[in-house]
Design a protein around this ligand. Sequence first.
Ligand code: BGC
Length: 335
Amino acid sequence: MKALALDFEARTLDWGELDPPEFYASRDVLYRVHEVGVCGTDRALASFQLGAPPAGEARLILGHEALGQVIDTGAGVKALNRGDWVAPTVRRACKPPCSSCARGRRDLCVSGKYTERGIFGLHGYFTEMAVDAEEDLVRVPLKLVDFGVLVEPLSVAEKAIMRALAVHEGEPRTAIVLGLGPIGMLAAMALKARGYGVKVQSLEPADHPRAAILRLQDIPYEPGLTGSADIVIEATGSTEAALFALEQMPPLGVMVVLGAANGAGPVPFLRMIVNNQTVVGSVNADGEAFRAAVEDLARFDRRALAALITRARFSDLKKSLTGAFSVAPKVVHVL
Ligand code: BGC
């Protein structure tokens, strides 16, 4: 089968031929990959900024956002059947499992020895077929198949929102999402669905096509960073934006940092102390966040969801990974 892989020795990104995946454990599910999404992490991988191939190999098949349809199931698989639609989770437990991985929270792995499909040490889904254990898959109902490929990026936003609500000491009502990328837009949709007064702020101009998708759902978009809210979800990748938002946060404010990875700056500790403010980091997502993503997809505006996605051919994947940024929030390649 065809697969798009990074070669860490030759420093190339190329298509290759691969044997179909092995399907042997009783909890295994074999599925055909139908759609794959591309995100900033994939683009960073494609320029060798992060990632690692499986132990003993030079190549890593990329891809961690996927939607597939079950072809076959092992004898021990309980809840999935041939024909079901599934979205895989990304992270797999460290071995031997740390305390978090042992209780099923690989997103909270404390050993740092976890693996991630298509990112760290495990092949991903930019190929035709895949095998995962049942516990690593979430079922996507038939009525959501058109949007099932969004389950993974939405799960990242879901976990961030759960984190914010878990630590907020008051009654949060307002939220600001920083960043007009797919994670930011999906986070805004999830906050709106929970009844929060949410707006999105970013650097794109007010008439940007992505802002129009937010307006479809009555989510205001403001170019530039101003003001603050009880909950701030940072999905910009900009440390300046995160620190600026921190300076503006109201008492009890909680900021979840998702993207501001590179950079440093002064943290207003005194302001945070006297105002009981919290900054939390959040990476990846657990089964609960993936299931929350499926539930939210069912209640989001279908027109807005459709507008988030631009579909392209599987054979054009390389272009999405190395070419110019797309105006469309999410480029999805169809096999
Ligand atoms: C994925 C996460 C992953 C992170 C870092 C993100 O793009 O959605 O699952 O943990 O990259 O590898």
